[in-house]
Ligand binder design. Structure first.
Ligand SMILES: [Zn+2]
Ligand SMILES: [Zn+2]
Length: 265
């Protein structure tokens, strides 16, 4: 399985998962035009996307999902609450899933969703499994890593996980106190420290790559996130650690391959 972030952050998120027979987008939070041009850079015809899974209703994850699914003729999947919040009920291409149900997203890829706590939404983390049984996780927008999520992540060969903010920068920064509380609360986002702690518990010999994503542009910096996470895992992790920026795609990870491949446009 190949994992490519089309970009990630508060202005849009989308991850392409490709297997020999299938292409799946986890979230579609950029405009339709931008998403198509990002796919073009990867030589992927949008009409070859089989499924778009939307993790939750926030627009940085859902923006063009419905239009894309109609234009490209692919499946659109979400849970019932996300479909309700986005007023997608009754849409012909929509399939509604329940948490912890195995979803066939293409001929050789299935998805499992795990509920995570996030702001007034029913957000999910996604674990994708290819026909060789290799697993990749996409985990963003959660205030806390649950024990259930950790147990799933321990079986993954690739993990994309958010490292949203540096706690000092958030607390000293210009956000109003109420927003600081929301971001750092149980329904907010993961700090670099929380992500480092979770990964410390998760890292295992078959985990070949980690991508840190959804970094806040106001309250974080790539080198701060990277060094905090590395500090937590460097004694046990031999794979690659990369950062997905707001505007990608910059690189792809292949499961089983330790170095990401740069994308040359
Ligand atoms: Zn988000
Ligand atoms: Zn969100």
């Amino acid at each position: 399985m190949e994992i490519t972030h089309l970009g990630s952050g508060s202005r849009g998120n989308s991850v392409l998962l490709s297997t020999p027979e299938s292409n799946v987008l986890i979230d579609c939070g950029f405009s339709l035009k931008k998403t198509e041009s990002k796919l073009q850079k990867l030589d992927v015809d949008p009409k070859d996307i089989d499924t778009i899974l939307v993790t939750h209703h926030h627009s940085d994850h859902s923006k063009s999902a419905l239009r894309a699914s109609k234009k490209w003729g692919c499946n659109l999947i979400s849970n019932a609450e996300t479909a309700r919040r986005l007023e997608w009920e009754g849409t012909a291409r929509l399939k509604v899933f329940s948490e912890l149900e195995r979803i066939d997203a293409g001929v050789d890829i299935s998805l499992l969703t795990v509920p995570v706590p996030h702001d007034d939404s029913e957000n999910v983390a996604v674990i994708a499994c290819d026909s060789d049984g290799k697993r990749a996780a996409v985990v963003t927008d959660l205030g806390e890593v649950t024990a259930e999520l950790i147990s799933h992540l321990k079986k993954c060969n690739h993990i994309s996980i958010e490292a949203n903010y540096d706690r000092d920068r958030l607390m000293r920064g210009k956000y109003p106190d109420s927003l600081k509380r929301r971001v750092s609360g149980r329904g907010g986002h993961l700090s670099n420290y929380q992500t480092a702690n979770a990964l410390q518990e998760i890292v295992h010999p078959d985990l070949s790559s980690i991508v840190l994503c959804h970094l806040s542009e106001s309250n974080n910096l790539p080198h701060i996130a990277e060094s905090e996470v590395l500090m937590g895992i460097c004694d046990r992790f031999n794979g690659s650690l990369s950062i997905s920026k707001q505007e990608g795609p910059d690189f792809s990870n292949w499961i089983g391959q330790s170095n990401p491949e740069r994308i040359v446009v």
